[in-house]
Design a protein around this ligand. Structure first.
Ligand SMILES: [Ca+2]
Ligand SMILES: [Ca+2]
Ligand SMILES: [Ca+2]
Length: 464
């Protein structure tokens, strides 16, 4: 036998029967903030039959609307390129259908579907200034004020500088930016009674680089200089007034005024006086009693009259204790010289007092509204009359431009109701409580200082 003949061979590979898959997509499924010029790609697990990668089998839709575009195939990646930019903030659905086949003709087992959402439109809106402090045309502005501008949106902080935010009159200072607010802090106090112009230029830009459309310019005027000499103030009161004078033992009227003097270099000196004194037979401080002592002037109980009081004081503060709010119905026969506590009599007495105080134009008078009664200490009708009276005092009787002013104690006590609120009251009666007194004593000081310094007609009536 001849030698055996040996040979070898290799069988061919098995035919490809494995379906292709999509191994990666771009954008990824559920991607957000996708660029509107992004291409959409699908990468397959193997080489594909390029002729099957068509716009029929690789699609992009917004809802039911097809996005026009072209499909290219390279490597193992099919790319759908939209004909134009996608819309902002819009969801899209990409699909590769089972119409695509691998090189051996195997179809994908199922459609591959994924979604993504494009990003928001870029900011092309110029920023604006929504508020300024001081406001345009503000008057009585403190000389130690900072000046601020609040923008409609976040700004590029590096554009908010002393070059883009400034005050005129040679003011130097620093500019800070925080939140959406730019603040210019002058290096030293502004001048009194001076108009300033603040400017924010179009050099400021929002975070996207948009400039303001126009410069923002506003003006304000600083307050007048405080009186240089001593201002003497007298608070006439009975018990309710003294409760506020003492405050809560920490916040007091004289303490608050001392603090103000120290901070502002002023010399406002306040005294208090139980008035009328106990030698006055009626022992009360209702509207009738002030009329009797200041207008009628026939009292012989040794009370200071208005000439005597104004000889020693520049500012006279007067008030009533809570019995003033115990107001009876009108009788129909108003009488200025009646001690009857009716609206008709109060109106006449206040009118006469006003005429009298206007005879002292170099002095200032402050009437302290109230006091009010607790609901438990009065009736609905009496409390309603008290509300009518004190609304009349501040809304009708008090006028701008004269030497008479109001501190609206009644509003602080009642919180807008007709009654001394229980939480503002002493536990036993309609006297103010200590916590309330401590809270409002600084308000009185604010109001007093406003009036002394010429802001009586523009400042808050409560001093808050
Ligand atoms: Ca295959
Ligand atoms: Ca903007
Ligand atoms: Ca007035």
């Amino acid at each position: 036998m001849e030698s055996p003949y040996a040979w070898s061979f290799t069988t061919g590979t098995a035919a490809d029967t494995t379906a292709p898959t999509v191994t990666a997509t771009s954008p990824a499924n559920n991607a957000t903030g996708v660029a509107v010029n992004a291409a959409v790609t699908a990468t397959f697990s193997e080489n594909m039959n390029a002729s099957t990668l068509t716009t029929s089998n690789v699609t992009l839709k917004n809802g039911a609307t097809s996005v026009p575009g072209t499909v290219a195939y390279n490597g193992t990646t099919a790319t759908f390129t939209p004909s134009s930019a996608l819309a902002y903030s819009t969801p899209y659905t990409a699909t590769v259908t089972t119409g695509v086949r691998d090189a051996a003709g195997n179809a994908m087992a199922s459609n591959r579907v994924w979604t993504f959402t494009t990003g928001t439109a870029p900011d092309s809106t110029p920023p604006t200034i929504t508020a300024t402090n001081p406001a345009n045309n503000a008057t009585g502005v403190a000389v130690n004020t900072a000046v601020s501008a609040t923008f409609s949106e976040n700004m590029n902080a590096s554009t908010v500088t002393t070059a883009t935010f400034s005050l005129n009159n040679g003011v130097t200072g620093t500019v800070a930016y925080s939140g959406t607010t730019a603040t210019l802090t002058p290096s030293s106090a502004l001048a009194y009674s001076t108009q300033y112009t603040a400017t924010v230029t179009t050099g400021v830009r929002d975070a996207a680089g948009n400039a303001m459309a126009n410069n923002r310019v506003w003006r304000f005027t600083t307050r007048a200089a405080p009186p240089a000499g001593t201002v003497r103030i007298l608070l006439l009161h009975h018990s309710t007034g003294f409760y506020i004078w003492e405050g809560d033992g920490i916040q007091t009227i004289p303490g608050g005024l001392d603090t103000y003097n120290t901070a502002h270099g002023t010399n406002y000196v306040i005294d208090e006086l139980w008035y009328p004194s106990n030698t006055y037979p009626l022992g009360s401080n209702n509207p009738y009693d002030y009329w009797n002592l200041w207008v009628n002037t026939t009292d012989t109980s040794g009370q200071f009259d208005l000439e005597a009081l104004t000889q020693n004081y520049d500012v006279i503060v007067f008030k009533h204790c809570f019995p003033v709010s115990d107001i009876e119905p009108d009788s129909g026969t108003p009488d200025v010289s009646s001690g009857g506590q009716t609206l008709e009599n109060y109106y006449l007495q206040y009118a006469a007092l006003k005429t009298r105080m206007l005879q002292f134009p170099d002095k200032k008078f402050i009437v302290w509204t109230g006091a009010a009664l607790r609901a438990a200490d009065t009736t609905v009708a009496k409390a309603a009359r008290a509300r009518i009276f004190f609304d009349w005092v501040k809304g009708t009787w008090d006028e701008s431009g004269d030497n008479i002013y109001v501190w609206d104690f009644y509003e602080l006590e009642t919180g807008g109701t007709n009654y001394l609120l229980d939480e503002n009251a002493d536990s036993s009666d309609s006297h103010p409580g200590s916590a309330f007194a401590g809270r409002v004593a600084p308000y009185f000081v604010n109001r007093l200082v406003d009036i002394i310094e010429g802001r009586g007609d523009t400042g808050s009536l409560t001093g808050e």
